[in-house]
Design a protein around this ligand. Structure first.
Ligand SMILES: [Zn+2]
Length: 284
């Protein structure tokens, strides 16, 4: 395994016509894959595919957008603790997620949405307890509200800051004796924010966004090499030079090379670390 895509969704309908070719291209290039579930059904699909391939693993859980109804009620059928736990104990399941907080699709300024956010937090806590119970790392999806994302670096409504809220929950649960740790997928915070997650024992993962936007380069360059992961988040955010096409796991090579370029020095050391870090975190 020369590279690893720690976050992709190749079980999705986007790959129905050519899924085997997509997987073969990745395998042929020495790319390992971790398939991330977003609800009960896709978690099952991820696991079913992972058992068929040697260098493929699954993560099971419920995306914060999938975790609640429109009026903010947790969806028990989407995060049935016992069903998730049953899947989570499988040897091919290496983590719990993607889970967390997503304020991007929620108008956090609207009082009616307080219930949605509360429900997201509740479902997030259930994932943290599950990860703790089965002894597997968390895969976090944290996305700020639109107002904060539009004004990166400028303090906006505290309510829009999903990273800050996630840190509050993680610290609170750690204080209660719950073991927390894992990876912050698709990291979109600043260096100060990254450091807070690193201090809690998290890894930070970057997508193809870094191949076309410089916004996160300071974080890529500024954190410990032993805490960085590479991912595609395929089918989303295709890296340069494949912009405009569907993303796929083999393109993680571009992400890994960009991380090496940003950090400078011997690129083989960085590329090797990206694979080793994933092996350590996911115990693969
Ligand atoms: Zn994802």
């Amino acid at each position: 395994m020369k590279y690893i895509d720690t976050h992709c969704h190749v079980y999705g309908h986007e790959y129905d016509a050519d899924r085997n070719e997509v997987i073969k291209r990745a395998e042929g290039a020495g790319v390992g894959m971790i398939l991330i579930g977003t609800n009960e059904a896709t978690s099952k699909s991820a696991l079913e595919l992972a058992v068929l391939h040697d260098r493929m693993w699954a993560v099971v859980g419920c995306h914060p957008i999938d975790a609640v109804t429109e009026d903010g009620k947790p969806l028990p059928e989407q995060f049935n603790y016992d069903v998730m736990k049953g899947m989570a104990q499988h040897s091919k399941v290496v983590g719990i997620g993607e889970c967390g907080l997503d304020y991007f699709h929620v108008d956090v300024g609207n009082a009616a949405n307080v219930a949605v956010i509360e429900a997201q937090k509740q479902v997030f806590e259930m994932h943290i307890r599950l990860a703790n119970e089965v002894g597997k790392p968390l895969v976090l999806h944290i996305r700020n509200g639109k107002r904060l994302e539009a004004n990166a670096g400028v303090s906006a409504s505290v309510l829009a800051d999903a990273y800050a809220d996630a840190l509050v929950i993680l610290k609170k649960m750690r204080a209660e004796g719950v073991i927390v740790g894992g990876v912050v997928h698709f990291f979109a915070g600043d260096l100060v924010c990254a450091q807070e997650f690193l201090d809690l024992g998290f890894y930070i993962s970057f997508t193809g966004v870094i191949t076309f936007a410089k916004q996160y380069h300071a974080v890529v360059a500024g954190i410990s090499l032993h805490r960085i992961l590479s991912e595609t988040d395929a089918p989303y955010v295709t890296p340069v030079p494949y912009r405009g096409q569907r993303n796929e796991p083999v393109y993680v090579i571009e992400v890994a090379k960009e991380i090496a370029k940003i950090r400078g020095g011997d690129s083989s050391v960085v590329l090797e670390a990206l694979v080793n870090n994933a092996k350590v975190l996911f115990n693969i």
